[in-house]
Design a protein around this ligand. Structure first.
Ligand code: PLP
Length: 378
């Protein structure tokens, strides 16, 4: 169904037609080509000091990153529970075991205190976790300083799933650059899109080179096809890279607009009791990919689902927050540490329309529909 006001729709107002036209005229739609090079270089410049390899999805970037971290059968990998399934699925692809951890209530991301407890518990039970998957939910940087301190103390590499946080910063540095490896997603509803795509970034040249090699079927540089190891078909192609490059040129602008959208929602709801937002600390700069709210039904008199249906009737798309992975039927046998923080946020939360071209009038319409719901309930 097409929504009158979608949750997060791509905006093409830059060089997309120009660049894709150039690619089609050239006939090179393969997984090498000038737009892939330009895209990788521009992305690397944007996030500073790191190198990037362009891939065909955020999920394949996560999978490759885990291969490069040496994750294999029987290993345990700590993963934020409050996230999209793609953060954890590649752990399972590799025969390893996700260990899910609850969130804290400020940024809604993994709790640094719980993280340390979990590491100690797993070490005591005989297995040191092989990696930590950290997520920046809806673009909001996690408590990176505290988390990196714990990771450093126990010498466990961090894989930063910055799929939702392209353009977000923490202490002035780009999200994705804090861990040993970081990944981004450029799928159709992320802040910038290549129509399907991802990237793996690292400041270790050997990691990036190895990722590039594995992503193109581990083909050796010889005139015939020779393979010394098993590779993957994970590289981005030249056509999607052309879209990605045009979008990347707009990233700063889109971040500014989405931050403005978030600020307007905050102002509009400031006199609605019972509605709260993610906390952005002084160190953090969220891209506000999606503005998400928590609705305290006891105060507002209406639930997240009631609001979702009210808005849906007017053609306005909203979405529940990610259902925590430890509550997913497919992961129900796996260990989980924490309480009901992520669970209760899932039960109360709703993501609001946040497209980079959402207008002020559309935001006012959404706010007035919510206000009517509130007034009706008293
Ligand atoms: C979108 C997303 C991914 C996966 O990215 P794709 O490009 O869709 O494969 C991974 N993790 C998180 C947190 C995401 O939101």
């Amino acid at each position: 169904m097409a929504y009158r006001i979608p949750l997060s729709f791509p905006v093409f107002e830059g060089n997309e037609n120009h660049y894709t036209g150039e690619v089609l005229a050239s006939g090179n739609l393969a997984t090498y080509g000038s737009f892939i090079d330009k895209f990788e270089k521009k992305l690397a410049r944007k996030i500073k000091s790191h190198q990037a390899v362009a891939l065909n999805s955020g999920t394949s970037a996560l999978h490759l990153a885990m291969v490069l971290l040496g994750i294999g059968p029987g290993d345990e990998v700590i993963c934020q529970s409050f996230t999209f399934c793609a953060s954890a699925n590649p752990i399972v692809y590799l025969g390893a075991k996700p260990i899910f951890v609850d969130s804290e209530t400020d940024t809604w991301n993994i709790s640094p205190e719980l993280l340390e407890d979990v590491i100690l518990t797993r070490i005591a039970s005989g297995k040191k976790p092989k990696a930590i998957v950290l997520v920046h939910l809806f673009g909001m940087p996690a408590k990176i300083k505290e988390i990196m301190e714990v990771a450093l103390k126990y010498q466990i590499p961090v894989l930063e799933d910055a799929a939702e946080a392209v353009g977000s910063k923490y202490e002035g540095n780009s999200c994705g650059t804090f861990g040993k490896i970081g990944i981004f997603s450029f799928n159709g509803n992320k802040i910038i899109t290549s129509g399907g795509g991802g990237a793996l970034i690292s400041n270790e040249t050997s990691i990036v080179q190895k990722a590039a090699h594995l992503s193109t079927q581990a083909r050796e540089d010889l005139p015939y096809y020779q393979h010394l190891e098993i590779g993957y078909n994970y590289k981005m192609n030249n056509l999607t890279a052309a879209i990605g490059l045009a979008q990347l040129e707009k990233l700063d602008e889109f971040v500014r607009r989405r931050r403005k959208i978030n600020q307007i929602y905050r102002e509009m709801f400031s006199n609605f009791p019972g509605i709260s937002f993610q906390d952005e600390s002084n160190e953090s700069y969220s891209n506000y990919w999606l503005t998400a709210i928590l609705i305290d039904e006891k105060v507002t008199g209406f639930s997240n689902d009631k609001l979702r249906l009210t808005l849906l009737k007017k053609g306005i798309e909203t979405r529940f927050l990610w259902k925590p992975l430890h509550l997913q039927p497919v992961f129900k046998e796996l260990p989980f540490y924490g309480g009901n923080v992520a669970e209760s946020m899932f039960l109360k939360g709703l993501c609001l329309p946040s497209s980079s071209n959402l207008s002020f009038d559309q935001q006012e319409e959404i706010a007035s529909l919510i206000e009517k719901d509130i007034l009706k309930s008293f």
